[in-house]
Write a protein that binds this ligand. Structure first.
Ligand code: 5GP
Length: 194
């Protein structure tokens, strides 16, 4: 068992509606030593990949991506959620449906921060149905850049996102994959390492 899984068992709270709350260490209060271990692990798993930029999405991905970036020695760009519509031209735009808030957001990245020479590692905190990732992948493609890999902290393996993204052929490295959880008992079951 890795340190993220251990921490999820210790401090994660299973809520109704398939939501795992990890706000005491991952996406509200942040445990930087844990983030550092996660960054180290992604660096190992993407050894040899020619990554020159990390792309994430606000807000929860930013802290994780920044600490991971120190292991890769590359800058971080985060996609901003925006309600504005008139952004074509200077911005890459994708539509993303929020799993936790059940609303649609446009996410945007300024064209000056992503171009066809970029080889991108996408990082995010959670993978559920894969909407956030699909939006980020679309932005990378719009820029003519390449997705070198995808690093996720917590994948909920009982939702479709992981399968969809792997079937698209991307190297997806999730540090903890929850295959089952129950809000009544608090049970959390992780996927065995393959
Ligand atoms: P997806 O787009 O894959 O359906 O959902 C991913 C996004 O929804 C993540 O960026 C994350 O912010 C949020 N999310 C999805 N599931 C959970 C969850 O169980 N707990 C928390 N805290 N966030 C989640």
């Amino acid at each position: 068992m890795n340190c993220l899984e251990e921490r999820i068992l210790k401090d994660g709270i299973v809520k109704e509606g398939n939501v795992l709350k990890v706000d005491s260490f991952l996406n509200h209060q942040m445990d930087i030593d844990l983030f550092n271990e996660m960054g180290k692990e992604w660096k190992k798993r993407f050894e040899g990949a020619n990554i020159n930029k990390i792309l994430t999405i606000e807000a929860s991905g930013i802290g994780i991506a920044c600490i991971a970036a120190q292991h890769f020695g590359v800058p971080v760009v985060f996609a901003k959620k925006s309600k504005s519509v008139n952004l074509e031209g200077e911005m890459y735009v994708a539509e993303v449906e929020s799993f936790t808030h059940k609303c649609k957001n446009q996410v945007i990245v300024a064209k000056k921060f992503l171009n066809e020479n970029d080889r991108v590692l996408i990082i995010d905190d959670f993978l559920a149905n894969g909407c956030a990732l699909q939006g980020l992948i679309q932005i990378v493609k719009s820029a003519g850049a390449t997705v070198e890999g995808i690093g996720i902290a917590v994948e909920k393996g009982f939702q479709a996102g992981g399968r969809i993204i792997r079937n698209l052929g991307f190297q997806l490295e999730s540090l903890a994959i929850v295959d089952d959880m129950d809000s009544k008992t608090g049970m959390i079951k992780f996927r065995e390492e393959q």
